[in-house]
Design a protein around this ligand. Structure first.
Ligand code: ARG
Length: 433
């Protein structure tokens, strides 16, 4: 461990390694993911200090150059955050001081690690929520483009996992597309909601300097300030929880989609063939070809839900900074790491699987037309309950044409005959711009 930045005279008991290791926890590892955001925020803070003449123009330039160099060295691997440092925040100051001498020690004027970590985390969440929005939009785009080419293919529709009515590939694809459009919008909404800078609130009580907080926030791309210093700390964990809820909506839909695909690839359904790179063989059963990728995609929601529960249980705290807040970082970073890694695989998977059209057609049996028949009779004036009773007996062998007709007649908005792709396209287009 380097000299702790808060040690004043180098005297007294040196830190107990076991206690220091416990305090740091996984923090140093986790701070690696936050480091570049921390460096960016540090540069904005330096500019703010120069604006109010705490730093001379020359000192400001030196510190900014130093931070740029650190950023480069971190990216190249020349500098590595290791357990020599208490955390990422201290590392930046230590590296600057090593590189520039005394002026390095000026960077921490008017800030605390409390607002430093809070601002890095908000930048991190903004970045990850933007990625989430993009990936969800990409998934929706792939699904909608397949509606255009394959939307009319018939397939059985199920409720209770029992055959229900003739349905179409288009309805299934557009259903999942709408989910991902909702999720992209949710990610954008939550990103905007947490788009506020806590930097300049220091340890939670403000600073006896006229910090240009607004200008610094703008420099960092924030749209507003977390105004109150106490709330800057009290909102820690609370905003993380909402960021996770946006992720969780996506992984929940991912789970259902993966479930459908894993069912559809079974011998019993036989609706879908996955590209071979998503499947594995068995170590003992030579005949097996298992959809492992899809199954592990389905498992990701468990990681996110676990993270939500863990994070929520840290938050039983009084006002102000408490070191417990450090424990909100692992679930946040773990869930976004796993969640985005999984979701990134989805657009290609969705573009790559093949429909087994013959099996899908065979899955539609005559009695599945009973609901359409009953509704037809009702349209002609027969009370629906009477038509309902008569319909099943009237179902005969069906031709491909009858199925196509059934789908084409399903003209209620959103139904197989009128999927209203235009409405989905309009929402997706707005997200992509
Ligand atoms: N690792 C700490 C956290 O995540 C950084 C802030 C430390 N602040 C303090 N006053 N010890 O909360």
């Amino acid at each position: 461990m380097k000299d702790l930045i808060w040690k004043k005279d180098g005297k007294g008991e040196s830190a107990d390694p076991a206690i220091m290791a416990f305090l740091a926890g996984e923090d140093v590892e986790l701070d690696k993911e936050l480091l570049l955001f921390d460096i960016r925020a540090s540069a904005a803070h330096v500019k703010g200090l120069q604006q109010i003449d705490i730093l001379s123009v020359e000192e400001c330039t030196k510190l900014l150059d130093g931070l740029l160099q650190i950023e480069k060295d971190v990216q190249d691997g020349a500098l590595e955050l290791s357990s020599h440092f208490e955390d990422g925040h201290s590392a930046i100051e230590s590296w600057l001081t090593e590189m520039l001498g005394e002026v390095g020690g000026k960077i921490h004027t008017g800030r605390s690690r409390n607002d430093q970590v809070a601002v890095a985390l908000r930048l991190f969440m903004k970045d990850r929520l933007s990625q989430l929005q993009d990936i969800c939009a990409q998934c929706a785009r792939v699904l909608l483009s397949r509606v255009e080419t394959e939307g009319d293919l018939p397939m059985a529709g199920y409720t209770h996992l029992q055959s229900a009515m003739p349905s179409s590939v288009g309805l299934w694809l557009a259903g999942h597309a709408e989910a991902f459009i909702d999720n992209a919008e949710l990610a954008a909404l939550i990103r905007n909601w947490l788009d506020a800078s806590p930097l300049g609130t220091a340890s939670g009580f403000g600073v006896n300097l006229n910090l240009p907080r607004q200008a610094v926030a703008q420099e960092l791309g924030f749209s507003r300030l977390v105004v109150n210093p106490q709330y800057a700390q009290n909102s820690r964990g609370k905003v993380e929880l909402q960021a996770l809820s946006a992720l969780s909506a996506c992984t929940l839909d991912l789970r259902r989609l993966a479930w459908d695909l894993s069912l559809f690839t079974t011998h019993e359904f036989g609706f879908v063939k996955l590209p071979s790179q998503y499947c594995t063989g068995s170590s003992i059963m030579p005949n097996k070809n298992n959809p492992d990728t899809v199954e592990l995609l389905r498992a990701v929601h468990a990681v996110v839900q676990g993270a939500q529960a863990e994070l929520a249980s840290v938050l039983g705290l009084p006002s102000g900074y408490q070191r417990d807040l450090q424990a909100t970082k692992p679930p946040l970073l773990r869930a976004f790491g796993k969640g985005l890694q999984a979701l990134r695989l989805l657009p290609d998977l969705l573009a790559g699987f093949e429909w087994q059209t013959e099996r899908m057609r065979q899955s539609i049996t005559p009695e599945m037309l009973a609901t359409d028949l009953a509704t037809d009779m009702a349209r002609k004036g027969i009370p629906f309950r009477e038509a309902y009773k008569a319909a099943t007996a009237m179902c005969e062998e069906i031709s491909g044409d009858a199925v196509a007709q059934s789908l084409a007649n399903r003209l209620s908005p959103g139904g197989c005959g009128q999927l209203e792709i235009g409405l989905l396209e309009a929402r997706l287009g707005a997200l992509e711009n």
